[in-house]
Design a protein around this ligand. Structure first.
Ligand SMILES: Cc1cc2nc3c(=O)[nH]c(=O)nc-3n(C[C@H](O)[C@H](O)[C@H](O)COP(=O)(O)OP(=O)(O)OC[C@H]3O[C@@H](n4cnc5c(N)ncnc54)[C@H](O)[C@@H]3O)c2cc1C
Length: 398
């Protein structure tokens, strides 16, 4: 059987090698000069290729597509991925949050292993697929030629970091075959704020804070580290939050600088600090609670003159300080564009895909794997594991 895979990324390479091992003739097309261009930049060049967690622990990190993934994750889980690479000579290590990296810390070694797995597969790089159609066979046109195949696998990735070749072509092909595309949204993405003060805070990192978002009648909070960019916020908790709220409107963001301290405890602390610094400016007391660069902005929000003496701070002003420490408002403008997102949320509608084989329910012998599907997960190696698990589900049935 002649099989075409569009995309030499994580899912395409994994799938092509499996199908080749079953004796089929496999061709991969990739518009890039090299295979695995996105893989190369993953995990800041170290490639966090899976997460050593299974069952509920893994599923907890999936934002969209959790139920759909149940069967393919049970057929191919993180430990299968780890031993798959180990058999290809790639040893790995487990770090904080069960993130799995190659021992060498080199994403290029992950790509090398996948290419070794693809021995016998024809990998046509610099060859972009421009159109696909089906009569009795699949007719694939590239910038270099025209081909016929018995089966077609679309592994074109999402639409973010388009320099890596993932430009969203897969969604277009899917539509041509009659598939529904769930609206694309940036996920794991920084947030732009309307607040003018952010420009002054660029580069400032906040640790152990709680970033909260009120949307759709509920509050979602993320605890940990974040930082300011030239026009907004980024960092682990921002990226996580973005994936959880990217389909809601009217987002109201706020920051709890002291999540471990209750209103009452903060009040007692302030009273103690005030007692010991009666003749000092309020800004010098606030310095003990917030990063120096934030003090002026914070007091401006509290409508308190930073030079005001502590002994003349009223109880109402103290109350305002506590409220802003617990709920400092940040004005949401928008998410950074899709191209800046680590992952694309949305994609080929899972209702139209067989979860055991990844085959289209609309067109026989057509398959979708990896990020092109309406699946996305948090950071930690989950997205690559999903690419590998969907690739395995597809490949093993050939
Ligand atoms: C900066 C960054 C860091 C990341 N780090 C991690 C991480 O550490 N761990 C993790 O789990 N996930 C990470 N991800 C997410 C992860 O890289 C993706 O989820 C994963 O690569 C998706 O695999 P895929 O096979 O679906 O698509 P991709 O790996 O994007 O591969 C798609 C391939 O299809 C090719 N293609 C597209 N259209 C065509 C066409 N028309 N013709 C020919 N070829 C085409 C592209 O050139 C590309 O090579 C990261 C993402 C980014 C952007």
């Amino acid at each position: 059987m002649k099989v075409c895979v569009i995309g030499a990324g994580a899912s395409g390479l994994m799938c092509a090698g499996i199908i080749r091992s079953k004796g089929h003739e496999v061709t991969i097309f990739d518009g890039n000069e090299k295979a695995g261009k996105k893989l190369f930049i993953t995990g800041k060049g170290r490639c966090n290729f899976t997460n050593a967690s299974i069952g509920e622990e893994f599923l907890h990190n999936i934002i969209r597509g959790e139920k759909f993934l149940l069967s393919c994750l049970s057929a191919w889980n993180c430990f299968d991925t780890i031993s798959f690479f180990e058999n290809l000579g790639l040893k790995s290590k487990i770090e904080r949050g069960k993130r799995v990296f190659p021992n060498s810390d080199k994403s290029s070694d992950v790509i090398k292993a996948l290419l070794k797995h693809c021995e016998g597969v024809e990998i046509k790089t610099n060859e972009k697929v421009v159109s696909v159609s089906k009569t009795n066979k699949f007719y694939v046109c590239t910038n270099k030629g025209k081909y016929f195949f018995d089966r077609l696998i679309i592994a074109t990735g999402g639409k973010s970091y388009s320099d890596t070749g993932s430009r969203g072509d897969g969604y277009f092909f899917a539509k041509e075959f009659g598939h529904n595309i769930i609206e694309l949204k940036p996920a794991l993405v920084p947030i732009e704020l309307k607040d003018k003060f952010v420009a002054k805070l660029q580069g400032l990192s906040l640790k152990n804070v709680n970033l909260m978002c009120r949307c759709n009648g509920k509050t979602i909070g993320e605890f940990g580290e974040m930082m300011f960019t030239d026009k907004g916020i980024t960092g682990p908790i921002v990226l996580t939050l973005s994936s959880k709220v990217n389909r809601y409107d009217n987002l109201k963001l706020s920051l709890d600088f002291k999540p471990a301290l209750s209103h009452q405890v903060l009040n007692d602390r302030l009273l103690r600090d005030f007692e010991g610094s009666k003749n000092k400016n309020i800004s010098s007391v606030i310095k003990g609670l917030l990063p120096i660069r934030f003090v002026e902005i914070f007091l401006e929000k509290c409508e308190i003159d930073p030079d005001k003496k502590v002994n003349s701070i009223t109880s109402k002003e103290r109350e305002r300080i506590i409220l802003k420490l617990k709920e400092f408002p940040l004005e949401f403008k928008c998410f950074y564009p899709l191209n800046c997102a680590i992952i694309t949320s949305g994609g080929v509608d899972l209702k139209e895909i067989n979860p055991k084989t990844m085959e289209s329910k609309i067109v026989k012998d057509l398959y979708f794997i990896g990020e092109v599907l309406d699946i996305d997960a948090l950071t930690g190696g989950f997205n690559l594991q999903i690419a590998f698990s969907t690739a395995f589900a597809c490949g093993q049935n050939f």
